[in-house]
Design a protein around this ligand. Sequence first.
Ligand code: GDP
Ligand code: ZN
Ligand code: ZN
Length: 545
Amino acid sequence: MPDCCSCSDVFQYETNKVTRIQSMNYGTLKWFFHVIVFSYVSFALVSDKLYQRKESVISSVHTKVKGIAEVKEEIVENGVKRLVHHVFDTADYTFPLQGNSFFVMTNFLKTEGQEQRLCPEYPTRRTLCSSDRGCKKGWMDPQSKGIQTGRCVVFKGNQKTCEVSAWCPIEAMEEAPRPALLNSAENFTVLIKNNIDFPGHNYTTRNILPGLNITCTFHKTRNPQCPIFRLGDIFRETGDNFSDVAIQGGIMGIEIYWDCNLDRWFHHCRPKYSFRRLDDKTTNVSLYPGYNFRYAKYYKENNVEKRTLIKVFGIRFDILVFGTGGKFDIIQLVVYIGSTLSYFGLTLKYVSFVDESHIRMVNQQLLGRRLQDVKGQEVPRPPVDFTDLSKLPLALHDPPPTPGQPEEMQLLREEVTPRPRDSPVWCQCGSCLPSQLPESHRCLEELCCRKKPGACITTSELFRKLVLSRHILQFLLLYQDPLLALDMDSTNSQLRHCAYRCYTTWRFGSQDMADFAILPSCCRWRIRREFPKSQGQYSGFKSPY
Ligand code: GDP
Ligand code: ZN
Ligand code: ZN
């Protein structure tokens, strides 16, 4: 009967059952996989250096561009065109920029002798006019170069444009010169100084080491550590042509990657340089291709303020420094080993005895010695968090017993609980019972609440109040899920599991430990007697991972 919302569906509890198979094939297969996984885990540990603590690099960059270019400029003087030769040095073609960037001018457009007066706009579709009616006094928009006076005046020949009050003459709407005026900038070189720091590892270094020959030029294979780069070479590395980019300008990324191994024996901390074109080389004319900006040089002539406006095209170099430094760290190694051990059934487990003040950490194989006899490592008990106890007083008084219930329970107990007189040899408290698990896993449950003979923890008042009280357990279950339906049969499992957790949090404190804490046999069976399972075997401890 397919009824997806029936009560029996909701209150189902799934659990694993361990089956042991004696088989040559399965056994071989198991070991085969173990070996594969073990090899992989070891390989990953070494190749990815998972035993290291990694830290990102912090860096500072300083650059110096060098080179001389000769520029042939065409200037118009009194209506006569004339070619002049200009020598450009570093101060002429580099501009200070913010951050890890530098700029090299490769091309420019000059508008000389501008002063504040009235003149016609440069003719475009937007500014052409035929009479004063086409212009509007006081009008300006983001595209215009000045404020319109409302008159339509002659620009040149029979071309008329609106007159503006602006820096005159107005800059012409010209294409960038081809070839680029500073085409020879490809022979410029840049020296990059990069200091780096891994503060967590207390390590600093730089890309230029004291002994480095400073007359070199970077080459990917022949001279990969040289910090001096020829601009043309950078573009060749990314497959671009410097002369093409120089016309409109562009943005180039210089990446410095530090992959540092700071362990003494394998110490290695040298940068790797690579390059990446950062602007979009496919954008068309309407989307403002390249990289350019304007700047002006101001001067006074006959007491009139004048300026030379220069539209500069060039290449912005962005230096991006990234990378990590790793150093051996015992915690990383332990975490990695711990996370892989669980595959082999080798999880860490915690054990606590009433007659000892510390907790024991046991790194025991599933198929090993009985837990009671494993020595383990002593770890201090975490301090009690008393805020957790604050909700307990609410529930600490047991309610009066419900009539009719005890007899029913008694019946169930007799069925599943082995008799106490079977108290095994390893038990020190007299209340433990043999484990129900298959023989190979049995040793995991062979644990008493005591190391030396004495009274059992289950006889204590607190055990009864904190672990066995149905009232408290119900309270805790409802605390997690306020609308939980608590009826007798189906919730016994939940109450039982909740009781296990009450015991482990009580005795182990920290949740990390509680998840891997093993209950002594006496407590386990005392809880199971209180909240029994009506049929089948109990599955016992399962690793949360
Ligand atoms: P089940 O109810 O038939 O599955 O069997 P159990 O009564 O043994 O309960 C199994 C659940 O309790 C699993 O989630 C186990 O991880 C948990 N559990 C059982 N024994 C221990 C233990 O010794 N320590 C911890 N931390 N959890 C346990
Ligand atoms: Zn015992
Ligand atoms: Zn005991």
